[in-house]
Design a protein around this ligand. Structure first.
Ligand code: ADA
Length: 603
């Protein structure tokens, strides 16, 4: 029985990861814990196949009388991909999209004894929901943590698209002074306390308060946003990959009469500034920094996307240990732990919604994309690690209507409009970060359709030397971008070659999938990027091998371009990166030694 009496902070959160019953459409029932997916084993097994459809989760909830008069919510960090939430048989909320958090207010549906929660998850193909087709598996299920949240009637808003309700920006930062702006979204029902104080405190990493602001508020009924400005924090410790210094912003709503804390939330804060330059590349805190790292899927051997917390965080540690300073969270927002780890370990990040390969020209598809983008931005707004919001990946990869040029023009126009809408929305929601649109190597087509004009940064996924051409074509492509799109900063958002750890070769050739070929391929790419200042950075595809249901070739259903295997064993390519990037003395060689061996100097 859950007693809802608020703890000191005014709110209470309780994990609901256990005690679920899982009912599949075929009638089978089993007891499961969350995170859970129904595609973890059978993706590798042609007999049971790749089930895409409805799965039902049921659980009891025993709240006692103390929860009456409180606001009770269910917080879902991720359900793939359509979800309906029922409480005692009544529909309490719905959500579309696998990769973002959603919060369902359930107070109106509760009996406060023997309540039953039912979550109907569905990963069927739905032409109005991205992704439609892609080179990864669309696992179904309640695959991220579920929590019960109990707050007082007045609270930091749970309506703000799954965010904490508090949005932090740093309008001004330098090595000597910084300012912080905090926007707090507060909900109040007509019965809730009206006269409150909003107390916002900035703590340094040692827990000392470095600044605070108290604002007396007369709360309005419904929802309102209250703005506070904290000026001139002196000599802020700056956040960077070498010193990922984190402050915390603790926000409290305090009852003026009783002095009780009505609600409290805590958010990360990092002081840093950054710039992408089309000629000179990327700068963090005014210093040039080549962004090198990898993309990552939320997917693990035998577990699929239902990856436990410790394994999520370990991926970011593996990236850091490799010497990487950048993570492309591809192709969708991932577990909240990923960006928390990036903040803590000093990995810069880009996050994107799953518009991959192709789109649907329907209003519903557009609306769902815009909603996902809004949720992604609001939920992740305060992470200092994030510098980029992205929204499309290789949307011209699968030619549609190629035998009907006028029809193709309409399709292209629709893609361009969708990109423009997503870019406009992103710049409006968050003017402090960059926008990115990711293309495959068909330079002319993306240019003609206009997709290289819309974003602030153009991303290229380049595979010359793998799917076509030779590795040396890569450098030519980079130089072409620099010449023809002279004012656009660029990132190499993907590059890689299949690498099966079982295959070794003395005379590696394209398509042999040997580790040796992948090593040579990666060397050529790294040298080309590191020697060109205008290339802001490059992300290896992929940090680890991942399930891809549509891949039927070698190692069935796996894309094996990872630097790690799907079970996170390092391949030799991982150590190649460490040799180039990490401060491991036994692996470091000087430029002169490198030249002696016939390599191209890397700096
Ligand atoms: C594309 C795509 C990725 C990835 C890659 C590959 O570039 O963006 O999802 O799977 O291809 O390995 O072919």
């Amino acid at each position: 029985v859950i007693n809802a009496d608020a703890q000191d902070a005014g709110r209470k959160t309780i994990s609901l990861n256990d005690q679920w019953e899982f009912h599949k459409e075929n009638g089978s029932v089993e007891k499961v814990n969350i995170p859970h997916t129904w595609n973890d084993q059978d993706v590798l097994d042609d007999v049971s196949g790749y089930y895409r459809g409805l799965g039902i989760y049921k659980r009891k909830l025993n709240l006692d009388e103390s929860a009456k008069g409180k606001a009770v919510f269910l917080v879902f960090n991720g359900v793939a991909q359509e979800a309906e939430v029922l409480v005692n048989g009544k529909l309490a909320g719905k959500h579309i999209g696998s990769y973002t958090r959603f919060i369902v207010p359930i107070s109106p549906y509760l009996n406060y004894s023997d309540d039953v929660i039912e979550v109907r998850a569905n990963n069927r193909f739905n032409e109005d929901i991205a992704p439609l087709t892609a080179d990864f598996t669309f696992f179904g299920g309640m695959y991220r943590n579920v929590t019960l949240l109990i707050t007082n009637p007045v609270h930091f808003s749970q309506r703000e698209n799954g965010s904490s309700g508090v949005f932090i920006t740093t309008p001004q930062v330098s090595a000597t002074t910084a300012s912080v702006q905090i926007k707090s979204s507060i909900d109040k029902p007509s019965t809730g306390v009206k006269k409150v104080q909003l107390l916002t405190t900035v703590f340094d990493a040692r827990g000392r308060a470095v600044a605070s602001q108290t604002t007396a508020l007369n709360l309005v009924n419904g929802n309102a946003i209250y703005v506070q400005d904290i000026k001139s924090i002196k000599n802020p410790e700056l956040w960077s990959p070498e010193n990922p210094y984190l402050y915390r912003v603790v926000s409290k709503i305090i009852d003026v009469k009783t002095k009780a804390i009505i609600d409290q939330v805590s958010n990360p804060l990092g002081f840093r500034w950054f710039k992408f330059d089309a000629d000179k590349g990327f700068f963090l805190n005014d210093k040039p920094l080549k962004l090198i790292g990898a993309s990552r899927h939320q997917d693990y051997e035998n577990l699929g996307n239902a990856t436990p917390d410790a394994l999520q965080t370990r991926d970011i540690e593996l990236l850091k240990n490799m010497g990487g300073n950048f993570l492309r969270v591809a192709h969708y927002p991932q577990d909240p732990l990923i960006l928390e780890a990036c903040d803590r370990l000093g990995i810069l990040a880009s996050v994107e919604i799953p518009v991959v390969n192709t789109i649907t020209e329907s209003e519903a598809f557009t609306a769902n994309c815009l909603n996902m983008q809004t949720e992604m931005i609001k939920q992740n707004f305060n992470h200092p690690s994030i510098i980029i919001w992205a929204y499309m990946n290789e949307v011209l990869l699968r030619p549609k209507f190629s035998n009907d040029k006028p029809r193709q023009q309409i399709y292209y126009e629709h893609i361009r409009e969708l990109a423009q809408k997503l870019d406009d929305l992103t710049r409006k929601e968050d003017p402090s970060r960059y926008t990115l649109l990711v293309n495959h190597g068909a330079f002319d087509v993306y240019n003609k359709v206009g997709l290289t004009k819309i974003p602030m940064i153009v991303g290229w996924n380049l595979y010359s030397g793998w799917y076509s051409g030779a590795p040396a074509d890569f450098a030519k492509f980079l130089d072409r971008h620099h010449k023809e799109l002279a004012d656009k900063p660029m990132l190499v958002t993907e590059y890689g070659a299949d690498a099966d750890p079982r295959i070794r070769s003395f005379l590696p050739v394209r398509f042999d999938k040997s580790i040796e070929y992948a090593i040579q391929f990666n060397q050529v790419y790294l040298n080309a990027m590191l020697s060109r200042p205008f290339v802001s950075g490059g992300m290896a595809w992929n940090l680890a091998d991942f399930n891809s249901e549509t891949r039927e070739e070698t190692m069935p259903h796996i894309n094996n371009k990872g630097l790690l295997t799907i079970g996170r064993e390092p391949k030799d390519t991982y150590f190649l990166y460490q040799a180039y990037l990490a401060s491991k003395p036994y692996l470091k060689i000087t430029s002169a030694q490198w030249k002696e061996r016939g390599g191209v100097a890397d700096s």
